[in-house]
Design a protein around this ligand. Sequence first.
Ligand SMILES: C[S@@+](CC[C@H](N)C(=O)[O-])C[C@H]1O[C@@H](n2cnc3c(N)ncnc32)[C@H](O)[C@@H]1O
Length: 486
Amino acid sequence: MHLTLKLLARTGLRSLIIPKMGCQSRASTYLFWFSNEHSNFRLAELEALFQYFQFDRAILDKRKTNGPFILMDFPDESGPKKLMSRTVLAHSCYELWASGDLLEDLHESMKQNLDLVEPFVNDSFQVRVDTYGKTIQHSEKLPLIETFEYMPLEGKVDLKTPELSLHLIQFYGIDPNRIPEKPYHQYFGRWLVDGQRKLVSKINLKERKFIGNTSMDPLLSLLMANLALVKPNDIVLDPFVGTGSLLVAAALMDAYVVGNDIDYLMLHAKTSSSRARQKKRASDESVRANLRQYGVEDRYLDVVVADTSRPMWKHDFRFDAIITDPPYGIREPTERIGTHRQPAGFKIKEEHLALHIPSKISYTLQDIFSDLLNYSARSLQIGGRVVLWMPISRTEYDQNKLPRNPALALVSNCEQTLTSTASRRLLVYEKIKEPTESCITELDGSALMYRFKFFEVDPASPRKTRKEKSVLEFGRSSKRGQQQPS
Ligand SMILES: C[S@@+](CC[C@H](N)C(=O)[O-])C[C@H]1O[C@@H](n2cnc3c(N)ncnc32)[C@H](O)[C@@H]1O
């Protein structure tokens, strides 16, 4: 897709340059090129980052969108650079110098803006052609690059580490079945900075020390931490911590992290390995080891075996954020401590307490989400956020049926489709006030995706084997070690 070639001519257009202030303080349009993955989470992430960096919301409201590109006007480049220091959904950001449907229009507009080049006249540089929606040959790129020969650049060409990287970006639309011969639109600009996609690769599950069947996807983990507005030195809780993927993400954003999980064997890495071809787990697998692997062990507070239906954290303690992926009862049971046999008020004798292993009963999804929101309403700071996944039956979904708690405002709600009938929603609530006794979560459980609904087969479709269904539903094989919905 990329080709870098020397600009062939250095014409005398330097005289056209109008003296201007340094580029640092120039208001410009910035082009953000987003990844194709999770496109329906883009706005939620941008909104969260705008709030995190306290940017003027009007900038976001006036954005223009074209396929994977979002264009926004910022007063200077510090804003886009800050955004890119956190986003996991945008690949790259460019200062836009010119654009047009036709290359001639783009050049026309570039020639009106040659003053933009002035701060970089003596920089080493490269010019590249990038395309979206169509792959073009290197031989087709060369003549395109040559059309920029009028640019008044005096520096040497450097294809490896240029000080100035100029990009012609051609947009051929989003429909792979209708690729036009010529691009629909073209942008030309100065590459400014890349987003945090490298971080996503760095914490990939394949090479992570401790993973399980439901370890959260790295990109989604980082996205959740962004939506939770995690900032340095925050204290972040995951009350269904599993292998701690969400704590990894929060710790990489410099927060202190803590978690709990009811499953002793999972938390102590005593369950069988979830990696294909690895029979036994290594003796040192743990959430802490994961943080150590990524150089953020100093952010680790602790993880404890505990039932989230009975929060054990100090009553008056306040967390800055809660990020979590509760169990859905599909790949692991939903359980809490309890018994149906003992009369109410039954107490275990003091002498039996130390060795007592509590019995467990089923923990309904309705109770899981009600408890989680009640607990978040109580134990978050004002302004703190709880970010959680909720499994939903698509046929019965109704926004009004989402959990409601008077102390929490729903600030974002995005869908990730899992099957034709089931999806999960990434919900973000912000604490707006201290709850009173009557601030109890209301939840109409009819929209929740219970286990039986998840395996429901669309009556219109032919019968499929379970394996076929799984491949179909998740777009990949259900090989052990790969992330699956929990
Ligand atoms: C979807 S998994 C979380 C996976 C985790 N995000 C990770 O990346 O590994 C849900 C976790 O909730 C735990 N869990 C189930 N019931 C619980 C309860 N009552 N209290 C605390 N944890 C519970 C399960 O043991 C499981 O590890």
